[in-house]
Design a protein around this ligand. Structure first.
Ligand code: ATP
Length: 768
C-alpha cells in the first residue's frame, strides 16, 4: 500500500532526478502517465524532468529537457496524445546519438529515466542502459567530461511504461492507450452499424494492428462483427473465402440486415499473404452480391481523450514506475511496468521486448499456434469468446435431448451496462452447445405473476451487445416474495441451470435460492450470479459489469463541468456520486478526473478532514497565477455522511473561501448508468457469460446430491490473477458486510491513497 505521506528524502539519502519521456507513436493516456510520474517524483522528494520530443530531446538537449513543477501537469489527465511531444529519432539508433544523449542527461543531473512507448522505444531504452557505462567512459576518454563530473552518474536507472494503442507488448495484458483506441473503434463501428442496417450493406472496417490482432478481436467481440481477420490467427482451411461466405450468408439467411467485417492492418493468410479490405470487398460483392463499402479508421484511432481505464492504468503505472526507480540498484535489471489480470506488476524489460519480437518471428515462420501461445492468455480467451458468440455451430441442432440443458437467464436490480451483452453471449453460447436459453422477463415478479419465460433465438439477441438498459426487463425483487411459487415455476419450465445477472439484489437472490434448496428440490440446480451493477459492490469480484460504463459516463460529466468551472471563474464543484455504501465509483472516478478530494462511506466525513481540505483548496487557489485558473472537483459518494450532504459541503466551502473562489454542487444522477455500454464492459460481459454457462454445464450433469452441494451456487468474479467462481455461502460468511451491502474489504483502498497523493491532499508541501 502506498503510504499517505511523502518521504522528503529517498531511503538512500540522495535526491534523485527522474526524467520522463514519451516516444514512438502517441497513445491516449501518455499524459496521465507523465502527470503521475512528475507528481509522484515530487511527492517522493525528488526532482522531475520532462524530456520533450522523445529521444530527439535527449540528443538535442537544451530546452528540450525541462524541470517540471507540480502545477505544470495540471489538467493533463483528460488530454489525448502526448503534451511533451514524441518523435521518431533516427539519431538515437546510432551510438553517436546515444553518446550525445548521455552527455545531456549528465549535464542536467538526471540519473533515472522513465520511458513510455512501444517495443521500439523500450528496446532503445534498454540498449541505452546496457551501454551506459561505456558511454560514460567514452565521454571521459574523449575529454568531453571529467571523472569528477560523471562520478555521480556511473549508473542509469531505466523503467519502461508501455504506451501503445496496438496492445502488442507481451508480458502485459493491456498497454496504455489500447482501450481508448478500442473506444474510438467501437464508436465508429456502432455508427457504421446504423447506416449498414438502413441500407442492408456490408462494411469492411480496417483497424490498426500491424503485428497484433488485439484491437480487431476486441472490437469484433464488442460490436458483434460477423468476421474478423488478424495477423496471428489467419483463417483456417484452404478455401477460407468460401468459408467466410458461408458464415456471412448464414447470418443474412437468419435475418441480419448488416454485415460487418473487421480487419487488422496486418491481417494475413496462412501463406503470409496480406488480406486486404479491398480483396474482402470484392468477395462480398462478387460472391454474395452485397452492397459493400470499405472504411479505414486510420488516425482517428489514436485520438481523443483517454477512456477511464487508460487514465487509471497510466496513473497507477506511473506511480509504480517512480517506486521502481527508487527501489532499483545497479544490479536490478530494468523493469517494465505491466498489468496482469488487474494487478500492476514489474517485469524484466528486455524479456518482455524479446517475447514481443518472438510473436512476429513465429508469424514469419507460419507457426501461428506459437504466436497465439506467446500472446497473453486473455487474448486467446477473447478470441474463443468471439467464435463462441458469433459463428453458428450447425451441429448443435442434433444434440441429443439428454445432453441439452434448459438454461434460464434473469436480470435483477437496476440496469447496468453489459447486462444485455452478457445475455446475448450466454444465449448464443447455449445455442451453440445445443442447449435452450430461456429469458425470464422482468425479474422474479415477471416469473411469478406473469410466467414470462421465453426461448431466445440466435437472431433475437442480435445487436444486444451495444444496448444499454435491460432488454429482458429487470426488477429489484428477490425470490423470497414467494419461494414456493418460484420453485413451482422452476419445475414447470424445467430449468437445469440459472444465470442471474445483477447487483447486490442478484447476490441476495442467489443466497435465498441456495438456502431454500432444503425445502424445494427445484432449486437443486447449478446457479451462478454474474455481478452487474454500477456500484461495483458485489462480493466475489473486483469488477462488476456496468462499473466501467459508469466511470466513463461520470468522467465525461466531470470533464465538462471542470472545463466550465475553469472557464467562468475560480470554482469548486462538489459532485454527488452513486455507489450505495461502496466508495469504489467515487474513488476511481476521482482518480481519473483528478479530484481534489473524494469522500467515501468507508471513511466517512469529519470536521478535521473538511478543515484540512478547505485549507488545501485555499492554498491551491492562492497558488494559481493569471491564466491558470483551474476548476476543481470534490467527489462525495451519496452515502458518505448523513450530515455533510453535497449541498452542505458546497456551502461550507463557499463560506470558508471568503470570495476567493466559488463553490457549487452538482448531481449527475442517472447519467451515471451510462448510455451505450463501454467496450470493456461489453467484452467482460461476453467473456464472463460464456464462462458462466460453461460452469453451469459442468455441474448440471452431476447427480442430484452433488447438484445440491453448496458449491453449485456461486458468484463468478474477476479476482486477482483470474476468473474465479466462489460459492455464495462462503462469500456470505467470510466476505460480506450484509448491512452495508458491500464486501468487507475494499480492495481499491490503495487507489484512494494514490489519489490523495497526486491531488496534493496528502502532500501539502508539494502542492504549494
Ligand atoms: P509504436 O510501435 O507504438 O509506434 P515504438 O516505440 O515501437 O511505438 P518506434 O518507432 O519503433 O516506435 O521507436 C521509437 C523510437 O525509439 C525510434 O524512433 C528510435 O529513436 C528509438 N528506437 C527504436 N528502436 C531502437 C533501437 N533498436 N535502438 C535504439 N533506439 C531505438
Amino acid at each position: 500500500e502506498t503510504p499517505l505521506v511523502s518521504q522528503p528524502v529517498p531511503p538512500d539519502g540522495k535526491k534523485k532526478r527522474i526524467g520522463v519521456m514519451t516516444s514512438g507513436g502517441d497513445a491516449p493516456g501518455m499524459n496521465a502517465a507523465v502527470r503521475a510520474v512528475v507528481r509522484m517524483t515530487i511527492a517522493r522528494g525528488c526532482d522531475a524532468y520532462a524530456i520533450y520530443e522523445g529521444y530527439e530531446g535527449l540528443v538535442q538537449g537544451g530546452d528540450l529537457i525541462k524541470k517540471m513543477a507540480w502545477s505544470d501537469v495540471r489538467g493533463w489527465l483528460s488530454e489525448g496524445g502526448t503534451l511533451i511531444g514524441t518523435a521518431r529519432c533516427m539519431a538515437f539508433k546510432e551510438r553517436k546519438g546515444r553518446l550525445t544523449g548521455a552527455k545531456h542527461l549528465i549535464e542536467a543531473g538526471i540519473d533515472a529515466l522513465v520511458v513510455c512507448g512501444g517495443d521500439g522505444s523500450l528496446t532503445g531504452a534498454d540498449l541505452f542502459r546496457s551501454e551506459w557505462p561505456s558511454l560514460v567512459q567514452e565521454l571521459i576518454d574523449t575529454e568531453v567530461m571529467t571523472e569528477e563530473q560523471v562520478a555521480p552518474y556511473r549508473h542509469l536507472n531505466i523503467v519502461g511504461l508501455v504506451g501503445s494503442i496496438d496492445n502488442d507488448m507481451s508480458s502485459t495484458d493491456a498497454t496504455i492507450g489500447a482501450f481508448s483506441s478500442l473506444h474510438r473503434i467501437c464508436e465508429a463501428v456502432d455508427s457504421i452499424g446504423s447506416t449498414a442496417l438502413s441500407h442492408s450493406r456490408a462494411f469492411i472496417v480496417e483497424v490498426m494492428g500491424r503485428h497484433c490482432g488485439w484491437l480487431a478481436v476486441m472490437a469484433a467481440v464488442s460490436t458483434g462483427a460477423d468476421f474478423v481477420f488478424t495477423p496471428e490467427r489467419p483463417p483456417e482451411g484452404e478455401d477460407w473465402e468460401s468459408d467466410m461466405c458461408k458464415v456471412l450468408q448464414k447470418h443474412r439467411d437468419m435475418g441480419k440486415r448488416k454485415t460487418i467485417i473487421i480487419v487488422a492492418e496486418g491481417a494475413i493468410d496462412r501463406e503470409l499473404k496480406p488480406i486486404t479490405p479491398n480483396y474482402l470487398k470484392d468477395i462480398c460483392v462478387n460472391r454474395l452480391g452485397l452492397d459493400t463499402r470499405v472504411t479505414t479508421l486510420g488516425h482517428t484511432q489514436r485520438g481523443g481523450t483517454p477512456c477511464a481505464y487508460d487514465r487509471m492504468l497510466a496513473t497507477l503505472q506511473g506511480v509504480e514506475a517512480v517506486e521502481a526507480v527508487l527501489d532499483s540498484t545497479p544490479e536490478t535489471p530494468s523493469p517494465v511496468i505491466a498489468i496482469n489480470e488487474n494487478k500492476i506488476t514489474r517485469k524484466p524489460l528486455m524479456e518482455a521486448v524479446k517475447l514481443t519480437h518472438s510473436v512476429a518471428e513465429a508469424i514469419g515462420q507460419k507457426d501461428f499456434r506459437k504466436a497465439m501461445e506467446l500472446r497473453d492468455p486473455e487474448f486467446a480467451d477473447f478470441y474463443d469468446t468471439y467464435v463462441h458468440t458469433t459463428i453458428v455451430n450447425d451441429e448443435a441442432k442434433s444434440t441429443p435431448k439428454d445432453k441439452s440443458l434448459r438454461i434460464a437467464i434473469i436480470h435483477i436490480g437496476a440496469p447496468a451496462g453489459g447486462m444485455n451483452a452478457a445475455t446475448r453471449a450466454a444465449a448464443r453460447f447455449c445455442l451453440n452447445q445445443g442447449h435452450v436459453p430461456l429469458a425470464v422477463h422482468n425479474g422474479f415478479p415477471g416469473l411469478l405473476r406473469h410466467d414470462s419465460v421465453r426461448e431466445l433465438s440466435w437472431i433475437d439477441v442480435d445487436g444486444w451487445e451495444i444496448r444499454g438498459g435491460s432488454e429482458i426487463g429487470t426488477n429489484r425483487s428477490t425470490p423470497d416474495i414467494d419461494l414456493g411459487l418460484a420453485a413451482w415455476a422452476f419445475q414447470k419450465h424445467r430449468f437445469d441451470g440459472l444465470l442471474i445477472i445483477g447487483g447486490f439484489e442478484a447476490f441476495t437472490a442467489l443466497g435465498q435460492l441456495r438456502r431454500a434448496r432444503a425445502s424445494y428440490p427445484a432449486f437443486r440446480i447449478p446457479m451462478v450470479c454474474l455481478p452487474a451493477t454500477i456500484s461495483n459492490n458485489v462480493p466475489g469480484t473486483e469488477f462488476s459489469l456496468g462499473s466501467d460504463t459508469c466511470l466513463n459516463a461520470l468522467m465525461e460529466y466531470c470533464d465538462v463541468i471542470k472545463q466550465s468551472a475553469s472557464a467562468t471563474r475560480r470554482r469548486v464543484f462538489v459532485v454527488e456520486v452513486q455507489g450505495g455504501k461502496s466508495g469504489y465509483v467515487a474513488t476511481v472516478a476521482g482518480l481519473v478526473i483528478g479530484a481534489m478530494a473524494v469522500y467515501t462511506p468507508e471513511e466517512g466525513i469529519n470536521l478535521k478532514m473538511l478543515q484540512e481540505d478547505v485549507e488545501h483548496l485555499k492554498r491551491s487557489y492562492a497558488h494559481d497565477q493569471g491564466e491558470n485558473r483551474a476548476g476543481r472537483l470534490v467527489l462525495r459518494n451519496e452515502r458518505a455522511s448523513n450530515t455533510y450532504t453535497t449541498e452542505v459541503l458546497a456551502n461550507i466551502i463557499r463560506e470558508e473561501a471568503n470570495k476567493k473562489f466559488e463553490a457549487r454542487s452538482a448531481v449527475p444522477g442517472h447519467v451515471q448508468q451510462g448510455g451505450i455500454p463501454s467496450p470493456l464492459d461489453r467484452v467482460r460481459a461476453a467473456r464472463l457469460a460464456v464462462k458462466s454457462v460453461q460452469w453451469l454445464e459442468q455441474h448440471a450433469f452431476k447427480s442430484l446430491e452433488e447438484r445440491a452441494a453448496s458449491e453449485t451456487a456461486a458468484v463468478i468474479g474477476i479476482r486477482g490473477a483470474g476468473i474465479i467462481f466462489t460459492p455464495i455461502d462462503v462469500l456470505e460468511e467470510t466476505e460480506t458486510d450484509i448491512a452495508a451491502r458491500r464486501p468487507r474489504q475494499a480492495w481499491w483502498k490503495p487507489m484512494h491513497n494514490i489519489l490523495d497523493l497526486l491531488s496534493g491532499r496528502s502532500v501539502p508541501e508539494a502542492a504549494t
